[in-house]
Write a protein that binds this ligand. Structure first.
Ligand code: 3HC
Length: 688
């Protein structure tokens, strides 16, 4: 065994040279790995005893791509292009042996080998698009030459990880090795290449063409999905280049577009989110060996929309759920809705009828709280009323077994106070699911004053198990997500009174990248949520719309008018009501610029995020961004509100907040943390 460098070995198996990479956790192409590959191939090519070369990786995976953490830094060591040229031009056959995932730059390395061998569990993909990038090491030119334009479009704009068997069918992989016997399989394949004098195939020598209509159709079909993102379009342009230009010309297009993306703000945001999604699970102060409470059964109180949705999360991963209601009718209705949801999924082909029955078989209902005596985790999901919740928790305290986790799904109430209804506040935690709870990825795990480390660690692990992304937050009104949303809503309402129409505000936020603006959202949810029929304390625009039976999309009108296809149109009636209300309060309506709309809806959110950090209600700025991206449709290519603040520049955010503060009062007063960071020329990302 000869060590090439700290991460690369070169050995001989008879006349086959084996280059082994070992750079945990994922063999990413750091400068050390590139150097090791370059020197390893150089040595293997020079060694007269070696007739063919196998590249294989140690650990859980083949090369998972470029080292994302090196982006933006100075280039060191051999370039990836130099490594690839050395491999592709090798006079000896080069075979890539793939297990785990060959992703991004990793697949691009495999694509310059003359042959690829994989185990059945391996997956290949070009997921750069999810980092706001395109494959920048020839992948955009080589992949279409193997799989054709249409499959390349699909793979490169979705970033999907394609299983080895499909890769074999598409010609992306040449042979499958037995699971667990990759090295033997790859070496045997190398011997076959030598014995049969198989050609040194270079993907670059192949040709690919496509009807231009393919691209036009693909763009059209995906316009909504790609809205706002640069990377999908740039990936498409590269595939077009592969179909119309000679290989080296195509590479130039790839290089140019890659450089544009990698230096741009969208990719910076998406790379930041990649790390934020991994960071969010790490809880400072909670030891890795904190005891995890086994959760084999879950009890849920309340079979309404939230309770039912929450239940499905656990049923989906095989954990039995018991749902409690107070009335048989409500219980039957709740269980019926869950069944219906599963059956609808089955109709769409995403579940078999057997699976529906399996999941329903794990679900039981009861009218007795006492039936939760054996549940390991109990989640209360009843309406938001402190007195009622305290009563329930008081009862649970007597019923639940020792060590059970007592969770509340409240989105607004003080969990410390709820915990006082029990004699075991250390067992009480908030699990704030978002509606629809079986679909939305976000979970706010709310740590109360006395919640134990075990209960927190178990909740985070369980969240992962049910496929959520969980942010640990502290107790405060609205926690992180809604607390910041209130700021946006406040200004959206205020600006309507000052002269901006709901559709102006919605348009600005939609163009910013949200799936819809706040008023369209209200129309969708129904304006009668929170309708105050008692107008003695003053009527709102929303109340008036409800009185006119304009209760949102479901009644064909709300802030907007809707046609039979639910297309929204600005409404003269709404406009009239707004004008009337403004006149009543003596306000002069004025033109409000798009810039002002954006600043007044977004900057107070950033300010509130800073207050949340000051108060220690979120662990780190990137956790806040995770909440907004996964729970509120914040466009991922803008990295979340805190990252966006960084890109605008915190000094500018402070300056604009002060400007509005001088005109409209202390709602806009910058927080101490924001002022401090701005004064020091720092970003939220610089906080440690
Ligand atoms: N660069 C740097 N670090 C990486 C990395 C990469 N490409 N991929 C993963 N990591 C790190 C993670 O941050 C994590 O670090 P942590 O333990 O400190 O939090 C660790 O490796 C393990 O990663 P995961 O927790 O994600 O492990 P999983 O086993 O769940 O998943 C994976 C493994 C499927 C490989 C997943 O990590 C992944 O999807 N990685 C990114 C793949 C990718 O996007 N590749 C393309 C890169 S861009 C590129 O190649 C450009 C080229 O075209 C020039």
């Amino acid at each position: 065994m000869a060590a090439i460098n700290s991460v690369t070995d070169l050995t001989l198996d008879g006349d086959i040279a084996v280059i082994t990479l070992n750079s945990p956790p994922v063999n990413a192409l750091s400068f050390n790995v590139r150097d090791g590959l370059f020197e390893g191939f150089k040595a293997a090519i020079a060694d007269p005893k070696a007739k063919a070369i196998v590249l294989i990786c140690e650990g859980k995976t083949f090369i998972a791509g470029a080292d994302i953490s090196e982006f933006g830094g100075a280039q060191k060591g051999a370039s990836l292009f130099e490594v690839q040229t050395m491999m592709e031009d090798s006079p000896k056959p080069v075979i890539a042996a793939i297990h785990g995932t060959a992703l991004g730059g990793g697949l691009e390395v495999a694509l310059v080998a003359h042959y690829r061998v994989a185990v059945p569990s391996a997956k290949c993909g070009l997921p750069e698009v999810n980092l706001g990038l395109l494959p920048g090491a020839g992948g955009t030119q080589r992949l279409p030459r193997i799989v054709g334009a249409e499959k390349a479009l699909e793979m490169m704009t979705s970033g999907s990880h394609v299983p080895a068997k499909q890769c074999l069918a598409m010609g992306l992989v040449d042979s499958l090795a037995e699971e667990g016997k990759l090295l033997e399989g790859a070496v045997a394949f190398a011997r076959k290449v030598l014995e049969q004098s198989m050609p040194l195939k270079k993907v670059r020598d192949r040709e690919v063409t496509a009807d231009p209509q393919v691209f036009a159709d693909f763009r059209k079909a995906n316009a909504r999905k790609f809205r706002g993102f640069l990377a999908p379009e740039y990936n498409i342009q590269c595939i077009e280049a592969a179909c119309t230009l000679p290989f080296d010309e195509g590479l130039k297009v790839e290089r140019k577009l890659f450089m544009e993306l990698v230096t741009g703000v969208q990719s910076a945001a998406q790379r930041y989110v990649f790390f934020a999604e991994r960071q969010v699970w790490k809880i400072p102060g909670i030891a890795d060996d904190t005891a995890i409470i086994p959760v084999a059964t879950v009890g849920i109180i309340g079979a309404g929309t939230m309770g039912g949705g929450i239940a499905m999360n656990f049923l989906n991963v095989g954990i039995p759920v018991k749902i409690i209601e107070t009335k048989q009718e409500a219980l039957d209705r709740g269980l019926g809705v869950i069944r219906k949801n599963y059956e609808n999924t089955a109709k769409r082909g995403r579940l078999t009828l057997e699976q529906v029955e399996e999941r329903m078989g794990l679900l039981t209902g009861s009218l007795e709280l006492e039936d939760l005596a054996d549940s390991d985790l109990i989640i209360e999901a009843i309406f938001e009323n402190m007195a009622v919740k305290k009563e329930v928790f008081g009862k649970l305290d007597k019923i639940a077994k020792a060590g059970a986790i007592l969770a509340t799904n409240t989105s607004a109430l003080n969990i410390d106070e709820i915990a006082t209804a029990t004699t075991r506040p250390e067992a009480v935690i908030g699990l704030h699911f978002f509606s629809p709870a079986n679909v939305m990825r976000l979970l706010e795990v709310v740590r109360a004053d006395k919640t134990s480390d075990s209960v927190i660690a178990t909740s985070m692990q369980l969240a992962k198990k049910i496929g959520k992304i969980a942010a640990l937050v502290g107790v405060c009104p609205g926690f992180v997500g809604n607390r910041m949303l209130f700021q946006r809503q406040n200004q959206a309402q205020a600006m309507v009174m000052e002269g901006a129409m709901p559709w102006d505000i919605d348009r600005v936020l939609y163009d910013f990248g949200f799936p819809m603006g706040p008023f369209a959202m209200s129309d969708l949810a129904g304006l009668d949520i929170g309708w105050n029929k008692d107008t003695s304390k003053g009527e709102t625009i929303r109340d008036r719309l409800c009185e006119l039976d304009r209760r949102g999309q479901k009644t064909g009108a709300g802030y907007y008018d809707y046609d039979e296809n639910r297309n929204a149109k600005p409404s003269e009636i709404t406009e009239g009501i707004i004008k009337e209300f403004a006149a009543k309060t003596g306000r002069n309506q004025r033109d409000i610029s798009d810039e002002e709309i954006l600043e007044r809806t977004i900057f107070p959110m950033i300010n509130e995020g800073a207050k949340i950090l000051e108060e220690g209600k979120a662990i780190r700025p990137s956790d806040i961004d995770i909440v907004w991206i996964n729970g509120y449709g914040w466009p991922v290519y803008r990295g979340g509100p805190m990252f966006y603040g960084d890109t605008v520049g915190l000094a500018k955010v402070v300056e604009r907040l002060k400007h509005y503060q001088s005109q409209m009062g202390d709602f806009f007063k910058p927080s101490a943390l924001l002022e401090k960071l701005a004064a020091e020329g720092k970003r939220f990302q610089d906080m440690k």
